[in-house]
Design a protein around this ligand. Structure first.
Ligand code: FES
Ligand code: FES
Length: 130
């Protein structure tokens, strides 16, 4: 499988690898798995009082495309509102990284991870406000 230069760049220099404290009220954690291959991705967002994603981190146990997709999407969500982050489509990731069709599910994993992280954050906020 030939990887594009962009995939290799993110794979060799992944941005924003790491972990935030899951218990922190400003953190949303999304954990998703790809049934197609068994790969797992955990993505976390840190949201400020204005509802803007200040920071994002990920850990991915998966192929180069999955690592590159998560690295890229953590860069993209920073500075975005939650709704804008939810609007990121896996097709934009796949296009940016020039993923071949068999690797599209790797970018779907990244989109799903962001959705799961936002949902987790919103659930926490709701629980805190009742
Ligand atoms: Fe999962 Fe790529 S098949 S590592
Ligand atoms: Fe399964 Fe990439 S996430 S091959």
């Amino acid at each position: 499988m030939a990887y594009s230069d962009k995939v290799i760049d993110h794979y060799e220099n992944p941005r924003n690898v790491g972990t935030f404290d899951k218990g922190d009220g400003s953190v949303g954690t999304g954990m998703v798995g790809a049934p197609a291959c068994g790969d797992v991705m955990r993505l976390q967002i840190k949201v400020n009082d204005a509802g803007i994603i200040e920071d994002a981190k990920f850990k991915t146990y998966g192929c180069g495309s999955a690592i590159a997709s998560s690295s890229l999407i953590t860069e993209w969500v920073k500075g975005k509102s939650l709704d804008d982050a939810l609007a990121i489509k896996n097709s934009e990731i796949a296009e940016e990284l020039e993923l071949p069709p068999v690797k599209i599910h790797c970018s779907i994993l990244a989109e799903d991870a962001v959705k799961a992280a936002v949902a987790d954050y919103r659930k926490k906020k709701e629980a805190a406000s009742v």
